[in-house]
Design a protein around this ligand. Structure first.
Ligand code: ARG
Length: 603
C-alpha cells in the first residue's frame, strides 16, 4: 500500500486584527502573554476551554499541568497550582475577566465580567453583528467541479454545498474570494462524443443539436467506441483536431458542454450558488508550458513512452504526458496550481473534493513544493476532503434501480416533501402564496444544505429526507422555525424598529439581569469565537452546532423571561429582553447566511 506523503505543516494564516465579540480569542491573547512572562523558558500550547460546569466559571485555562511537567523536565519542581498562581499574577488587566479561581489541581477558572458582556451586546444592538477582523487574504476555492457528459452526482453536491459555505464564510469576513468550477471538460472522451455528434446531427453547424440526455448520448458513443474500430479511429482524430482548436471541432465541443452547463446551472440557481466556470480546457496551453518547464528543469522521467514526475515522499508518480502524447488529470492540476499561485496570486488555495482524491492532491502539492512554486510558511494550499453520501441502507446513495440520482430530481423531491410537511401543519392557512413558496424552498434547500454541513465533513453521512425535514433536533427546519418565532415575537410586541434603535442608542450597555439573559448574551457573543475557529479548521459543523445551541439557549431564556408582560389588560414590554431577542435573531441570520441558508421571517 502506498504511504501518504508528509502532511503540510500548519501555520498562522489567520492573523486577527480585531476580535470583535470573540471571548476565546481575547482570553487566549492575555493568557499567552501571561504564560510567556511567567515562564519564558517553556513553550507548551495554550489549553483553553469552555467550563463544563458553571461552578468552575465560564472558561478554564488548563495549561498549568503541562507547564509543570515541562519545568520538571528542566529540573525545576513546581506544583500545577503554584504554576497557575504565577500565571494569574502576570495576567494583564482585562475588562473581560471579573475573577479567577485556582482549585488545588491547578486549573484556572475564569469568570467573565457581565458588564463586558452587556457592553458587547449593546454594541451589536447599535451597529449590528460584527465579525472578527482578520488580515485579508486572497482565497481561491475550487468546488463543485463536475465532469461534462456525466451527470453531476451527490458527491459533487457535497462539494458544491461545502465549497459555497466556505466561500460565503470568507466573503463575510472580507476576504477576496475567487470561486472556481473546475469542470472536467477536456480529455479523450470528447473525441468519441464529437464523432458521434457529427453522425447524429450532420446539420449541427446550422442548428443547435438536440442532444437531449447527455448520459445516454455518452453511453451510445461509448458503445460505438468499444465495438467499432473505424469509429474509434475517427474518435482519436477528433481529439487531435479539437486540441489544435479547429473551429468546427470547438463548436461541437461547445455544444456538448452547453448541455451539461444548462443542467448544472439549474442546480446552482435553485441553491443560489455563484460559480465561475474555469474547466480543465482553460489550462490547455498552460499544460504545454508546464511540460516544457518540467522537461527543461529535468523533473520528468520517461517510462514506456510516458513522462512521469516523482514528487518527494510520494509512492505514485504523476503522469504528466501519456504515451499517446495526451495530457491527464495530473497535468491539468499542475497547470491549475501554477495558475492559481502565480497568475491569480492566491494566498490560500482550497480544493473541495471528496476524500477519495486525497492522494492525488497530496502528490500535486508535493510536486508544487519540489518545483519551488510555493512556500508552505507563506501560502496555504489544501485539499478540503469530505466523506461519502450514503443512502438510508448505509450503502452508496443510488436510486432504487441502482442508477445515479440526478441532482435535479433530488432537489425537486425535497421541495415536494417540504411543501407536504408545511401543509400537514396547516402553515398554508396563515401565509400568502408567496410566503408559502419562500418557506417551502427555504426548508427544502436549507434542509439539504444543513444536513450536509451539520455532519463532520470528513465522515460519510446518511442522506435522509425524513431526518432533514424533521422539526425537532439539530436540523434546518428547527432553526428556521426558531428564527421565525423570534422575529414574530419582536413583530408582535408592537415596538417599532425606530423605538428599538432609540432604546439601544440610549443604553451603552444592553441591561442584563436574569441569569438566562446573561446566558443568552454570552452565547450570542460566541459567534466570533466560532467564526475564528471555522476559518482555521474549515469544519462547518461547528457553526451548525453553535446555531443549534443558540436556539435552545433562546428557548430557555424565553420560557423563563417574559419579553411582553400582560398585566390586568395592559401590557408592558421589557425593552432589554426585546432587544436581546432582536440581537439573537440577527446573529442567527448572520450564521445562516454563511451556511447559504435563507431564513424567512414567517413560517
Ligand atoms: N472533476 C473532478 C471529479 O469529478 C473534480 C475536480 C476537482 N478539482 C480539481 N482541481 N481537481 O472528480
Amino acid at each position: 500500500t502506498p504511504s501518504a506523503p508528509p502532511k503540510a505543516k500548519k501555520h498562522d494564516y489567520v492573523v486577527v486584527k480585531d476580535f470583535a465579540g470573540s471571548i476565546m480569542g481575547r482570553l487566549a491573547h492575555v493568557f499567552k502573554k501571561a504564560i510567556k512572562e511567567a515562564f519564558p523558558t517553556v513553550s507548551v500550547p495554550l489549553v483553553l476551554a469552555e467550563a463544563t460546569n458553571p461552578k468552575f466559571g465560564d472558561y478554564q485555562c488548563n495549561s498549568a499541568m503541562g507547564i509543570s511537567a515541562a519545568l520538571k523536565a528542566q529540573g525545576t519542581a513546581k506544583r500545577p497550582a503554584e504554576v497557575a498562581a504565577d500565571i494569574v499574577a502576570k495576567l494583564p488587566v482585562c475588562p473581560l475577566i471579573s475573577k479567577t479561581e485556582i482549585p488545588p489541581a491547578g486549573f484556572i477558572n475564569v469568570f467573565l465580567n457581565e458588564e463586558f458582556i452587556a457592553k458587547q451586546c449593546g454594541e451589536i444592538s447599535r451597529h449590528g453583528v460584527r465579525l472578527p477582523t482578520i488580515e485579508s487574504r486572497r482565497v481561491i476555492v475550487d468546488f463543485s467541479s463536475p465532469n461534462i457528459a456525466k451527470e453531476m452526482h451527490v458527491g459533487h453536491l457535497r462539494s458544491t454545498i461545502i465549497g459555497d459555505a466556505i466561500s460565503r464564510l470568507f466573503e463575510a469576513i472580507g476576504f477576496d474570494v475567487l470561486r472556481l468550477n473546475h469542470i472536467g471538460d477536456w480529455g479523450t472522451q470528447f473525441g468519441m462524443l464529437i464523432a458521434h455528434l457529427f453522425d447524429r446531427f450532420p446539420n449541427f453547424q446550422k442548428e443547435t443539436p438536440a442532444i437531449g440526455d447527455l448520459q445516454s448520448f455518452y453511453k451510445e458513443s461509448k458503445k460505438r467506441f468499444d465495438e467499432d474500430a473505424e469509429f474509434k479511429k475517427r474518435a482519436y482524430e477528433c481529439v487531435v483536431k479539437l486540441q489544435s482548436s479547429q473551429p468546427e471541432f470547438i463548436k461541437a465541443w461547445n455544444d456538448i458542454c452547453d448541455v451539461s452547463r444548462k443542467s448544472n446551472n439549474e442546480v446552482y440557481d435553485k441553491l443560489d450558488i455563484k460559480l465561475n466556470e474555469r474547466g480543465e480546457s482553460y489550462y490547455h496551453n498552460r499544460m504545454e508550458a508546464i511540460v516544457e518547464e518540467l522537461k527543461t528543469r529535468s523533473f520528468l522521467r520517461e517510462e514506456e513512452g510516458r513522462h512521469l514526475m516523482f514528487p518527494t515522499g510520494c509512492d505514485i508518480p504523476l503522469t504528466v504526458v501519456k504515451s499517446d502524447g495526451g495530457f491527464t488529470y495530473d497535468t491539468s492540476d499542475l497547470a491549475a496550481l501554477k495558475n492559481r499561485l502565480f497568475e491569480e496570486n492566491g494566498d490560500w488555495l482550497i480544493y473541495v473534493v471528496d476524500a477519495g482524491q486525497s492522494l492525488h492532491f497530496e502528490t500535486i502539492f508535493s510536486a508544487g513544493r519540489d518545483l519551488g512554486w510555493y512556500d508552505e510558511a507563506v501560502k496555504r494550499v489544501e485539499h478540503v476532503g469530505f466523506g461519502l453520501v450514503l443512502g438510508e441502507d448505509k450503502k452508496k446513495f443510488k436510486t432504487r434501480s441502482g442508477e445515479t440520482v440526478r441532482l435535479k430530481d433530488l432537489l425537486d423531491e425535497g421541495v415536494r416533501r417540504s411543501e407536504e410537511k408545511l401543509k400537514e401543519k396547516c402553515r398554508d392557512r396563515d401565509m400568502s402564496e408567496a410566503e408559502l413558496t419562500a418557506a417551502r424552498d427555504a426548508v427544502a434547500y436549507g434542509g439539504i444544505k444543513y444536513a450536509d454541513l451539520s455532519h463532520t465533513r470528513t465522515q460519510d453521512y446518511i442522506f435522509s429526507y425524513d431526518r432533514m425535514l424533521d422539526d425537532k433536533g439539530n436540523t434546518a427546519v428547527y432553526l428556521l422555525y426558531a428564527y421565525a418565532r423570534i422575529r414574530s415575537i419582536v413583530r408582535q410586541s408592537g415596538v417599532s424598529q425606530e423605538e428599538m434603535d432609540k432604546y439601544a442608542a440610549s443604553n451603552e450597555l444592553l441591561p442584563l439581569g436574569h441569569p438566562k439573559e446573561v446566558k443568552l448574551a454570552k452565547q450570542v457573543l460566541k459567534l466570533s469565537d466560532v467564526i475564528l475557529q471555522v476559518v482555521d479548521t474549515l469544519m462547518l459543523h461547528t457553526l451548525c452546532d453553535y446555531l443549534y445551541n443558540l436556539s435552545t439557549t433562546f428557548t430557555e431564556f424565553y420560557s423563563e423571561c417574559y419579553v411582553v408582560e400582560k398585566l390586568e389588560g395592559t401590557s408592558k414590554v421589557n425593552m432589554n429582553r426585546l432587544l436581546l431577542a432582536h440581537v439573537t435573531a440577527n446573529t442567527m441570520e448572520t450564521a445562516l447566511n454563511i451556511l447559504g441558508i435563507k431564513p424567512v421571517p414567517k413560517m
